[in-house]
Design a binder for this molecule. Structure first.
Ligand code: BES
Ligand code: ZN
Length: 615
C-alpha cells in the first residue's frame, strides 16, 4: 500500500489524539474570483543550496476578475511559510492593516475599499519572502550524498492537495484554473525545470533567470519546479514530445526502463483517450527525488517520483520493482488527462482523478506489457481489496463531502482509488470496450481545461451506450448514481429451481444487515453448457432497486456462475445445491472450463461470505 492510501490512517490518528476540531472554520474561498493568469517570479540564492539557509524571495502578479462587485479579495497564503511584504491592486499599494492571513485556514484576506467590479480585470501584485520547508511538502529542500560522500541540496515541490500556497500566494483550490508564467532565478551550476519548457532570459556572473512558457489552463496543485544539479537522459518520441528523466548523476545507469516506459505509456494513453498529449504539451519530464513523501505525483509535464518508483536496474532491482515502475508511470501519466486536463471540481470527487488513474495503471499498462497480465492482476489487487473494505458499514462513498484538510485527506483512500477504478471497469463492460472508449473521449473533449463532476462522466459515456448491447434499465447517470453516492456493495443471491434461476440483492455487510440499500446491478453469467465460457461481459439482465431478476438456463446445465470475469462490483452467494454443483465443476478436469478470474472470484467471495457469516 502506497503512502497516499495511508494518509487517511494518519489523519485519523491526528483526530483521535484530540487536536482542535476545525469543522467550524471555513476553508473554502468564495466562488466569485476568476484568476486568469499568474506571473510568478521566485529568486533563490546560492545559500539555499547549503545546509544553513532556506530563504527565498518572490513576487506574484495575478490578473483576475470577479463575478460580482466586492471590496475584498480572498486567496491562500501559508502563514507559516510566507511573509507578505507588499500588496497592490492595479497599481494601488495597500496598507499592512488591509491584509491578514488567517493562521488555520491560510486564507489571505485583502480589503480593497475602492472595490472590484464584476467583469473588470485587475492585477493583484504581492511581494513576499518565503522559506523552503523540510517536510517534503510545499516548496521544500531535499538532499542526497554524492559517491564521494558530499551532501548536495535541491529545491523541489509537492503541492497536492493544498500546498501551492506554501510557495506563493494563490487561489489554491482545484477549480480556480488559470495559466501560469513562471520565472525562477537560481545560482549558476544548477538547472531549473517546471511544467513547461524554459529559456534562460537573464544571465549574471553568479545567477541566471529562466522563463518557462505559459502553462495550459490548470489547477495550482499541479504546478511543480525542481532546482537541482541533476542530470538527465533524453529521448524524443515519434510525436516529437521530448522525454527527459532527471535524477542525481550517480543513478544515471538506472534511467533506461523509466524513459522507455514513459514513451510507451504516453503513446498507449494517447490511443486510449483519443486525445494526444502533444496537442497541449511539448515535453514530459520525469524526476526522481531523493526525499519524496508520496510514491509519485502527476504534475503536468513534470511528474515526480520517489527514486524507487522510477529508477530501475537489471542487475540490482527485482521484477516486482520493474512492474511497479511501469505501472506507477502509467498511473501518473494517465493523470495528465484524468486530473490535469480534466480536473475533479473538488476533492469530494477525487475518484474522478484517482479512480481513472488506477484503472489505467493496470488496464492501459496492460497494452504495453501484455505478458504481465496486469488486467488479471487488477482483479486481485484492486477489486478484491476494496470489496473487503467496502463491506464495512463505516466506509465512505465514492463521492462524499470533504471540507477540512482531514476530510480531504480521507478522500485519498482505497475507495477513491480502487472502488473508483472498479466502477469504471464495470461501466466499461456494461457498454463494451469500444463504446466505453468513445465515451471517455467525449468526456475529455467536453471537460478539457475545465473541472468535472461525476455526472459529466456518466452523461458523456451515456451518449455512447448501445442499448442493443447493454439493455440499460435507465439512463447511465441514473444507473450509476447509487454506485457513486452510496457506500457499500451488493451481495447477489442466486437460487435455482430446474431451469429457472432467481436473482435478488441485499447490501453486503461484514456485520449487520441492510435490506434497504439497492443498486442497478448488471448480471452476466456462464453455465456449464456454454461453448464460450466467461468471455461475454455485457449484461444479460439487470437487478434494479425495485425489481429482482429471473433467468432461464438449460435444464442440463450442471452449474451456473454469475458475473463473468467479475467485472460487476458485487459478490455472489448461491443456494446450497448450486454451491455443490460449482464445487463439483471445479474438481473436474480443467476446472470444467471455469477460468482463472472466476476461480479467483469464487475463492475470494467464499472467504468473505464466511467472514460475514452468510454461508
Ligand atoms: N496524486 C497522487 C499523489 C498524491 C495524492 C500526493 C494526494 C499528495 C496527496 C498520485 O497520483 C498517486 O496516487 N500516487 C500513489 C502511487 C500510485 C502509483 C498509486 C502514491 O503515491 O502512493
Ligand atoms: Zn494518482
Amino acid at each position: 500500500m502506497g503512502f497516499v492510501k495511508l494518509l487517511p490512517l494518519l489523519t485519523t490518528v491526528v483526530m483521535v489524539l484530540g487536536l482542535p476540531r476545525k469543522e467550524e472554520l471555513n476553508y473554502r474561498l468564495p466562488d466569485i474570483y476568476r484568476p486568469a493568469d499568474y506571473q510568478v517570479h521566485l529568486n533563490l540564492t546560492a545559500d539555499v543550496f547549503t545546509e544553513s539557509f532556506s530563504g527565498y524571495t518572490g513576487t506574484v502578479a495575478i490578473n483576475f476578475t470577479v463575478t460580482e462587485d466586492t471590496r475584498e479579495v480572498k486567496l491562500h497564503a501559508s502563514k507559516d511559510d510566507l511573509q507578505i511584504q507588499m500588496v497592490s491592486i492595479s497599481g494601488i499599494y495597500l496598507d499592512v492593516l488591509d491584509y491578514n492571513i488567517e493562521n488555520v485556514t491560510n486564507i489571505l484576506t485583502i480589503n480593497y475599499p475602492i472595490g472590484l467590479v464584476a467583469g473588470r480585470y485587475d492585477v493583484l501584485s504581492i511581494q513576499f519572502s518565503g522559506n523552503l520547508s523540510y517536510d517534503e511538502d510545499g516548496f521544500y529542500k531535499s538532499t542526497y550524498k554524492t559517491d564521494s560522500g558530499e551532501t548536495r541540496y535541491l529545491a523541489t515541490t509537492q503541492f497536492e492537495t493544498a500546498s501551492a500556497r506554501r510557495a506563493f500566494p494563490c487561489f489554491d483550490e482545484p477549480a480556480f484554473k488559470a495559466t501560469f508564467d513562471i520565472y525562477i532565478t537560481y545560482p549558476v551550476g544548477y538547472t531549473a525545470i517546471s511544467n513547461t519548457p524554459g529559456t534562460i532570459v537573464d544571465s549574471e556572473s553568479a545567477s541566471e533567470t529562466i522563463q518557462f512558457e505559459t502553462t495550459p489552463v490548470m489547477s495550482t496543485y499541479l504546478l511543480a519546479f525542481v532546482i537541482s544539479d541533476f542530470t538527465a537522459a533524453k529521448a524524443v518520441a515519434d510525436d516529437e514530445v521530448v522525454h527527459q528523466l532527471w535524477s542525481r548523476n550517480n543513478t544515471s545507469n538506472n534511467r533506461a526502463w523509466g524513459l522507455e516506459m514513459g514513451q510507451k505509456m504516453l503513446a498507449a494513453l494517447n490511443r486510449f483517450t483519443g486525445f494526444n498529449y502533444s496537442n497541449v504539451m511539448k515535453k514530459m519530464d520525469q524526476g526522481a527525488i531523493p526525499d519524496f513523501a508520496a510514491g509519485a505525483m502527476e504534475n503536468w509535464g513534470l511528474v515526480l517520483y520517489r527514486e524507487g518508483a522510477l529508477l530501475w536496474n537489471e542487475d540490482s532491482s527485482s521484477n516486482t520493482e520493474k512492474q511497479n515502475v511501469a505501472t506507477t508511470i502509467a498511473h501518473e501519466f494517465s493523470h495528465q488527462w484524468f486530473g490535469d486536463l480534466v480536473t475533479m471540481r473538488w476533492w469530494s470527487e477525487t475518484f474522478l482523478n484517482e479512480g481513472f488513474a488506477t484503472y489505467c495503471e493496470f488496464n492501459v499498462a496492460h497494452e504495453v506489457l501484455p505478458d504481465y497480465k496486469l488486467d488479471e492482476q487488477f482483479l486481485v489487487y484492486v477489486v478484491h481489496s476494496v470489496l473487503l473494505l467496502d463491506s464495512y458499514e463505516s466506509e465512505q462513498a465514492l463521492e462524499s463531502e470533504a471540507s477540512t484538510p482531514e476530510e480531504v485527506g480521507q478522500k485519498f483512500g482505497v475507495v477513491s482509488y480502487n472502488k473508483g477504478a472498479s466502477i469504471i471497469r464495470m461501466v466499461e463492460h456494461i457498454m463494451g470496450t469500444d463504446n466505453f472508449r468513445a465515451g471517455v473521449h467525449t468526456y475529455i473533449e467536453n471537460s478539457k481545461f475545465d473541472n468535472a463532476v461525476p455526472d459529466d462522466l456518466w452523461s458523456a459515456l451515456n451518449q455512447h451506450v448501445d442499448n442493443s448491447l447493454s439493455d440499460l434499465p435507465d439512463e447511465l447517470p441514473v444507473v450509476m448514481e447509487n454506485w457513486t453516492v452510496k457506500s457499500g456493495l451488493p451481495l447477489v443471491h442466486v437460487s435455482r429451481s430446474y431451469s429457472e434461476i432467481t436473482i435478488t440483492q441485499e447490501r453486503l455487510l461484514l456485520s449487520g444487515n441492510d435490506t434497504s440499500r439497492k443498486w442497478y446491478v448488471p448480471i452476466s453469467y456462464t453455465t456449464s453448457e456454454d461453448e464460450d465460457k466467461f468471455t461475454n461481459t455485457l449484461p444479460s439482465g439487470w437487478l434494479t432497486p425495485d425489481s429482482d431478476l429471473t433467468i432461464t438456463v438449460p435444464e442440463t446445465a450442471s452449474w451456473v456462475i454469475l458475473n463473468n470475469k467479475q467485472t460487476g462490483y458485487y459478490r455472489v452467494n448461491y443456494d446450497d445445491d448450486l454451491w455443490d454443483s460449482i464445487a463439483a465443476g471445479l474438481l473436474k478436469e480443467d476446472f470444467d472450463g471455469i477460468t482463472e478470474l472466476n476461480r479467483a472470484q469464487i475463492v475470494d467471495d467464499i472467504f468473505n461470505l464466511a467472514m460475514a457469516e452468510k454461508n
